[in-house]
Design a protein around this ligand. Structure first.
Ligand SMILES: *[C@@H]1O[C@H](CO)[C@@H](O)[C@H](O)[C@H]1NC(C)=O
Ligand SMILES: *[C@@H]1O[C@H](CO)[C@@H](O)[C@H](O)[C@H]1NC(C)=O
Ligand SMILES: *[C@@H]1O[C@H](CO)[C@@H](O)[C@H](O)[C@H]1NC(C)=O
Length: 296
């Protein structure tokens, strides 16, 4: 590694360590999920999304899917912090909206599933009444895209007592970190390095290919949702996966290496794919063509 690359690497590593406790799926995870979603948007939904994106996105949804993580520490957006996750009772391995969806002060609906209902409702109401200035639909789109991703990260639906794995200190190979961060970032980062030459588009392409090949029989069941949006079953899947894969053999102080990485990576890959497919589905349902006057 040359001096410049080394300095760059150290700089990035320091920044990542500083922010590791507060981010959802890392930047990579959200980017991949939103890139997958873009591939499955209908023409109407794509047009609506492009119209709502802020300028800095340059027409690419994936470019702003980490925006809610970037702002949540700022004073103005601190209220949004509890909307990134939902905590469940310790060791029960199940999730119930009415029991679990509240913030640390017990305020109802203030959790990731509540936020998904909130922002999908804002977008669908706003789409039919574009003159309404009740909501900022640009923010609603960025929040919704981010939170549909987060609810698929198993430890965003984790136990209350360990803050979804944030307080479980482990080693990822030689590096000291926490279990939540392993699932947000480390598994994806290690996979990118080991299998994809650190090329995130390459990993996205392979996931897209698996969606149309190995997983094609399962995809209709991923999309199954009779409402506008179905975050509750996704949260139930996440806590089950958290118990079965994330928490298992990852007690405080343990060192996680190849055994853990190789057996958990397929879980992460499938969650990224499901998140992307489902995000596209909900955006497609929200932004269906408006009924024309003649058809009424
Ligand atoms: C719903 O969205 C509004 C606007 O961003 C926000 O003020 C409110 O806290 C949100 N509530 C939930 C439960 O997401
Ligand atoms: C809506 O939110 C975006 C992103 O935070 C911001 O740039 C924009 O100014 C907001 N629009 C209005 C009308 O407040
Ligand atoms: C794609 O599917 C193959 C076969 O099931 C699997 O070995 C591979 O890990 C999958 N890759 C990704 C990125 O999902």
């Amino acid at each position: 590694m040359g001096g410049f690359e080394l300095k760059w690497f150290v700089g990035v590593a320091v920044v990542l360590m500083m922010v590791q406790n507060i981010l959802g799926w890392g930047k990579e995870g959200h980017y991949i999920i939103c890139k997958i979603a873009e591939e499955y948007l209908t023409e109407d939904a794509l047009a609506a999304v492009k119209a709502l994106l802020p300028d800095q996105a340059e027409g690419d949804l994936a470019a702003v899917c980490s925006w809610p993580d970037e702002v949540r520490r700022h004073y103005h957006y601190r209220w949004s912090s509890p909307l990134h996750y939902v905590d469940t009772p310790d060791f029960l391995c199940n999730y119930k909206y009415c029991r679990d969806c509240h913030d640390g002060h017990g305020l109802k609906d203030r959790c990731v599933t509540g936020a998904i209902y909130n922002y999908s409702m804002q977008l669908s109401q706003g789409y039919y009444d574009l003159n309404s200035e009740k909501y900022n639909l640009t923010e609603a789109l960025m929040f919704l895209s981010h939170f549909v991703g987060d609810v698929h990260q198993p430890l965003h639906v984790g136990f209350t007592g360990d803050l979804g794995g944030n307080s479980i200190i482990v080693r990822w190979y030689r590096r000291k970190t926490n279990l939540h961060h392993v699932w947000d970032n480390m598994i994806i980062e290690s996979a990118l390095k080991k299998y994809y030459k650190s090329d995130i588009m390459l990993m996205t392409q392979v996931l897209l290919k698996n969606i149309t090949h190995e997983w094609s029989d399962d995809v209709p069941s991923w999309e199954d949702c009779k409402e506008m949006v179905c975050p509750d079953p996704y949260a139930s899947e996440s806590i089950r996966l958290a118990c079965k894969f994330a928490y298992r053999n990852a007690t405080p102080g343990s060192t996680l290496t190849d055994d853990y990485f190789l057996s958990r990576l397929p879980v992460v890959e499938k969650r990224l794919a499901q998140g992307g497919v489902r995000l596209a589905e909900v955006l497609n349902r929200i932004f269906t063509k408006k009924p024309s006057v003649a058809a009424q």
